[in-house]
Write a protein that binds this ligand. Sequence first.
Ligand code: FDA
Length: 518
Amino acid sequence: MALFRCLALVLALSFSSCYLSTPSSATSDGFLQCLSEKIPSELLFTPGSSNFTDVLVSTIRNPKFLTNTTVKPICVVTVTDASHVQAAVRCGRMNGVRLRVRSGGHDYEGLSYRSERPEVFGVVDLAKLRAIVVSTDEGVPMAWVDSGATIGELYYTIAKNNPEVAFPAGVCPTLGVGGHFRGGGIGMMMRKYGLSIDNVIDAKLVNANGDLLDRVAMGEDLFWAIRGGGGESFGIVVSWKVGLVKVPSKVTVFNIVKTLEQGAIDVLTKWQDVAPNLPSDISVRVIAQGQQAIFQSLFLGTCDELLPTMTSRLPELNVTRSDCSEMSWLESAAFINFGNNDTTALLNRSTTSGFFKNKSDYVRRAIPKGAWQKIYSWFGMNVTGLIILEPHGGFISTIPAGATPYSHRSGVLYNIQYVTLWSGNDDGSTAKSWISNFYDFMGQYVTKSPREAYVNYRDLDIGENVVVNDVSTFDSGKVWGEKYFGGNFQRLAAVKEMVDPTDYFRTEQSIPPLLQSN
Ligand code: FDA
């Protein structure tokens, strides 16, 4: 009965303005019918189900993508097994209905659960597919982690299993493994061990034919592409095999706040050349906002070991013993986020959502001191505006630019993430125009031709695909694709042509097939 109610609603929606150029309702009917035959009914949610909205909203982090005009899916399938993912792809292919895939729901443009353009699509939600198995492979510690796990769950499970090892990934514990790994995985250990993708050794992916492939079966080109090339363009990654990295029993963290009066700009100016050249087991990132800069650090060792290096390399920061907190690596993952050592909080999957817009840049030549004074004047115009600077150098920069799709390696000093927030009471237009103008102003100080950007900080302002004859064009993809992937974009398009030439796995920023160039 529930299914019939939902079909009626789908039919009604197909006449609304949001769904102008959609496949025929029979196509949607066929898709939903096919799903209902292959997937347990309790895992299939359609607009007719009483809890459809709850399921859809469950991991939406940015409510700006949840309005009456948002183009929403015709169903959400909360898969619990790889076979459900295969069934969803096969039903979709058979009936001409595309799928979007969601792991943790953090996509900055919401492309894992909404469409920018009128489209009929279903969402495969992996949140329930989240097993983590930690073991050793010929004596080397490793783990298989399902895409729906969060990185907080991954950190926690690894450390409880073996506190001598950990995994390099992002700072926010609720990030979904699937979406995070598909774009790279910048975090506090990347200078020592690289990005998350640099530590992926196998994966299981459902391709556009609905086949479940491991690394051997998918081949090295596709395996290369899914590690940082925006995995949703090539299929649905169900799980990842990762190598674990050694961490000492004690690590040291500090958070030092410098105001402009206390010389924040002097420290920041020097930090740009120092931080990327520090020993790789030290990472000092910066959050600049208002009239201050917060220097936030993780060191894989004790305070006694850290102090001489910081004192000689960045004396202006004046790191003292009282700034240091020593703790286990797992505690540091909690501390950097929550400001306390409650490691169980890493397991909390619910987050507060907020309205925000982000952009990104890369810096290869230090920004002069005088420019920093101007940059701080931008924070005076927007109290919620901030930038996060993440130092590169160390191991991450020794990896060749073509080894993975993440091309921002040798010569990168740091990347910049721009953030602005607003409350639900306004439409965000002031915040959005601030971030856009600030980004334009920064153009003179950051990389050019291409102006590099980080695919995990997705930004539709830098370009969207144009679809011709039902396939995304290579030329339109190149506009944004070379910013995210540099010279790797062309190879990604070649892989797409090989594995999904009809462009089934498509979003506004998916890799287009190479041969469709026009
Ligand atoms: P979501 O489920 O929305 O997926 C994001 C994209 O990946 C979508 O296009 C989706 O289709 C695709 N995808 C998801 N699962 C897939 C799968 N299994 N197979 C194929 N494609 C899949 N980044 C970083 O590097 N370091 C950091 O510290 C942070 N911190 C941070 C904090 C906060 C609050 C936010 C909102 C974001 C970040 N990020 C980040 C960015 C983050 O890495 C990026 O948004 C990831 O894509 C999020 O992955 P989710 O699975 O959560 O998102």
